[in-house]
Every structure is written in C-alpha cells, then in structure tokens.
Ligand binder design. Structure first.
Ligand code: GLN
Length: 482
C-alpha cells in the first residue's frame, strides 16, 4: 500500500484517486480495526466525507494546496468545532467544542479532512494510554501491549494504517515515546513554533504540538501546515514562515552527531542499545561523524519535570469546576459540594495525583524548596544543551529505555511509568525540537525508536538527517500484520 502523505498527495494530484475515495478507504479500515485497537474516541464518517467532498471540489476548481484531500486524524486534545473534544477525560465527556484550535484551522485551510479524534491519556498525563477514561489503546504490533502515551491513539492509528498521519502533543515525550513504541516517525518542534491556541493545556511552558506519520519527509510536510505565528497564544513565536522540507536532500557529509554519554550508560541495554548502535554506523556510512558530548544534569530532568509539570497542571486544571462546561455532578447540596463532587468524579487517579503534587509544590513554605529549585534545574538542563550544540549539529540517542510493555505492567508504580520518558523530558525542559524514528526491532518483533534532538529552530536540518537515514533503511516501511 502506497500510503505516505507524500504518495497520497501525488495520487490526488495525478487524479488517480479522490479525497472521498481515500477517506472512505481509511474509514473502512477504522471500522474494521478500531474495535480491537481503541485508537479513536470519535469517528464521524459523515463529517469526514463532507470535508473530503469539499477538498475534491477545491482541487477541481484549481485551488488545491500540496496536501489538499489527504485525510488526517487529530489527538482529542485539540478543540475542533462541532466535534466531541474529550482530552481522554470524563470531565470533558460531553464537551462539543464551539471553536477550532489553531492547529485544526491550519489543517482545514490546507484542505485536509479530519478522520476522527484519537484516544489519549487523560489530559495527556501518562506514557501508556492507560489513564484514558475511554480505556487503553492497544499496540498494533501486539495488542497485549501499550502503544505508549500520551498520544497513543494517534500513534496506533498511524502504525496500524488507520490514518496516514495524525497530530500529537508532547509535554515530556508524548509524541516521541509512542512513535518509538509503535514504529512510526514523530516530531516535537521547538517550543513556540506551533500555536497552543485551542489545545487543551496540561503544562503550558512545556506543551507543544507536532506531527506523527510514517516518514520524516511526511513530518516536514505536515509541520509546514501546522507551524506559524498566532497572536492568540502569547508564547507563539513571530518568525518568518519556513519550509521544513528544504534540507531533506542535504547530504550528511561533515555532519557532527553528538552522542551524550549519559544516554549510553548502564540503563541502555540489549536490543535497543544494539539497534541505536547500528543506526549510528549507518549514519557514519552516509558521511556523518560522531562526537561524545555531556548532558551532566540530564539525570535530574525527570525529577524537575515531575515538580514543574504538575505545578502548571494544578493551575491549568482548576478551570474544570462544573460551572461553565464539561461534566457536572448530578446531585449536590451547595456550590462547594458541587465543585468537590464534580472534580472527584470527573478526574481519574493520575490526574488527581498530579493536581495534588502541583498544589503541594506551589504552596507557601514549599514553593522555594521544590518549585523554585526545579526551575533552577531546568535552566541548568537547558544550558547543558547549549554547551553540547557548540560541538555538534544534532544529538542522537534512544527515544525510550524499553520497547512496548504489557498492559498493566507499570500501572501499579507511577515512578516506574514516569521513567519511560527518561530520554525525552530534558528536550521539553529546554524547549528544543526532537524527533523519534524507527531504527529496528527487538527479539519479540517490537519496534525500537531512535531519537534525534536539534538545536533551537533546527527542525529542517534534523528532518534532513532523519530523511537521509530513511532513504538508506527500511524500518519505517514495516507495518504490523492486521
Ligand atoms: N509521560 C509524561 C507525563 O505523563 C509526558 C506526557 C506528555 O508528554 N504529555 O507527564
């Protein structure tokens, strides 16, 4: 099946298929496979086909853009007008958004039909998609295993070919880690490149949206759609529009790849270590050279993140109070009782844990001891990268410490779950771009992810490195038998 965004766009341009036809094919696949995978929370064929018919009409009138007519799935964290937008929570289980997120507007403007809203960890808190109110998503490579999280529905949809691409968000690894665990390519841009307007907030100083697809080339084309200044997000960056596909064909000769010694220590073993090593050799054959770099404070990133992210979440999630929208408890005595019952019933255990940690670290007497210390660590962690990028053009390492684990394997121990993001979190704390791409399989046939980290705004170069690797390898073309 020729099913990259790039190849589908070519078929549409040549008139060999229509958007309606393509969308119908994907909807049929969703209907057949979603009951087993649970990748989608909402599918609405009528809406999708209306979008598709409009895309075909636009193409017929000669106004098509490069991706007009190619359908895409959206993580259920993005507000989409007229669509149920749940964020994986009971709290928003009745919330039909009255407006579009900036990201959704951009895809609409590009003429890309929405295939549905994908399942996710509740409020994007998790690494396995098991915290969703809508039940866990299953990994298409082995349905007893998790797809990673929190963008697990998007990852499973792309890996299982239920959608050619999907959007995700990444606060501590939620695009890259599920991309790794499902064998797809996912990119988290530099903080501020994609507007957070209409993207339900978890930890605002870390949240960033990005594309999930089969290839780096597709991610470049999708980022071209998503990126752009938006005055409605105060952290959106006012920069000149750039073409993220411009460096795809740049050769790797002379490229300096930084290998952080902290990423290749005792924690990295077995098949993941081997696959990453082989990827490094492949890149060397393509002309790259390697240099050892240090990220001495990266071992503190998980600790700093689990102070800062809950602190921001406790503030962001205070808006869910049963008053204006979303879930409200059916019976209550007075206003305080209504707040208490609504939040007790509407949030799941992981979200409550984060709210309590966040309120604690921000409280008088603990603020200096925890929140302020974590902010200082964040600065040190970011500074490590500034130093490292003086010696290299791109940093490389594993995306995740393990391949896809079994459902239920880590749910009893939150800290064990938090360690799934040990290689990805520092990138969010620093605000840097990072991506994951497939680099092999373990002995059980489960995909392994390779992480690339770029300097600020170096997405195009990073995508170019990934594309050159994908031209020389075929891991990204493997699909699970479904
Ligand atoms: N797994 C991390 C967490 O639970 C990161 C989630 C994310 O990136 N949204 O917070």
């Amino acid at each position: 099946m020729t099913d990259t965004i790039k190849s589908l766009a070519a078929l549409l341009a040549e008139g060999k298929t229509s958007s309606v036809e393509l969308s119908q094919d994907y909807l049929a696949r969703i209907e057949r496979l979603n009951p087993a995978l649970n990748a989608f929370v909402t599918v609405d064929a009528e809406k999708t086909l209306l979008d598709a018919a409009a895309a075909d009409a636009r193409r017929a009138s000669g106004n098509a853009g490069p991706l007009t007519g190619v359908p895409i799935a959206h993580k259920d964290i993005f507000c989409a007008e007229g669509w149920l937008t749940t964020c994986g929570s009971k709290m928003l289980s009745n919330f039909v958004s009255p407006y579009d997120a900036h990201v959704i507007e951009q895809f609409k403007a590009a003429g890309m039909p929405c295939l549905g809203k994908t399942n996710m960890d509740e409020f994007a808190m998790g690494s396995s998609n098991e915290t969703s109110y809508y039940g866990p998503v299953r990994n298409p490579w082995d349905t007893d295993r998790v797809p990673g999280g929190s963008s697990g529905g998007s990852a499973a949809a792309v890996a299982g070919r239920l959608a050619p691409a999907a959007t995700g968000t990444d606060t501590g690894g939620s695009i890259r880690q599920p991309a790794a665990l499902t064998g797809i390519t996912g990119l988290k841009p530099t903080y501020g490149v994609v507007s957070r307007y209409g993207m339900i907030a978890f930890a605002s100083s870390l949240d960033q949206a990005g594309p999930m697809a089969q290839t780096a080339e597709d991610c470049a084309l999708l980022l071209n759609v998503m990126a752009g200044f938006d005055p409605r997000d105060s952290t959106s960056l006012e920069r000149e529009k750039e073409d993220y596909a411009r460096d795809l064909n740049q050769p790797l000769a002379g490229l300096r790849i930084g290998l952080p010694r902290e990423f290749f220590g005792a924690g990295l073993t077995g098949d993941t270590a081997r696959a990453v090593e082989e990827a490094i050799n492949q890149l060397k054959k393509l002309g790259a050279q390697t240099v050892e770099v240090g990220l001495p404070n990266s071992n503190l990133s998980v600790a700093a993140y689990y102070v800062l992210a809950p602190a921001e979440a406790s503030s962001n999630l205070s808006r869910f109070d049963g008053v204006r929208y979303g879930y409200r408890t059916p019976e209550y005595r007075d206003l305080t009782d209504m707040y208490e019952k609504t939040r007790a019933e509407g949030f799941g255990p992981e979200v409550k844990r984060r709210i309590m940690i966040g309120a604690y670290v921000l409280s008088h007497g603990y603020y200096d001891a925890y929140y302020l210390q974590a902010q200082k660590l964040r600065r040190l962690i970011a500074q490590d990268f500034v130093e490292a990028f003086k010696q290299c053009d791109v940093i490389l390492g594993p995306t995740a410490p393990t391949t896809a684990f079994k459902l239920g394997e880590k749910t009893a121990d939150p800290v064990e779950m938090y360690l799934s993001d040990i290689y990805t979190i520092a990138v969010n704390l620093a605000g840097l771009p990072g991506m994951s791409l497939p680099c092999g399989f373990d002995a059980q046939g489960l995909p392994i992810g390779l992480q690339l980290i770029g300097d600020y705004f170096a997405e195009a170069r990073m995508l170019g490195v990934a594309h050159q690797y994908q031209l020389a390898s075929d891991w990204h073309t493997r699909a699970p038998a479904l």
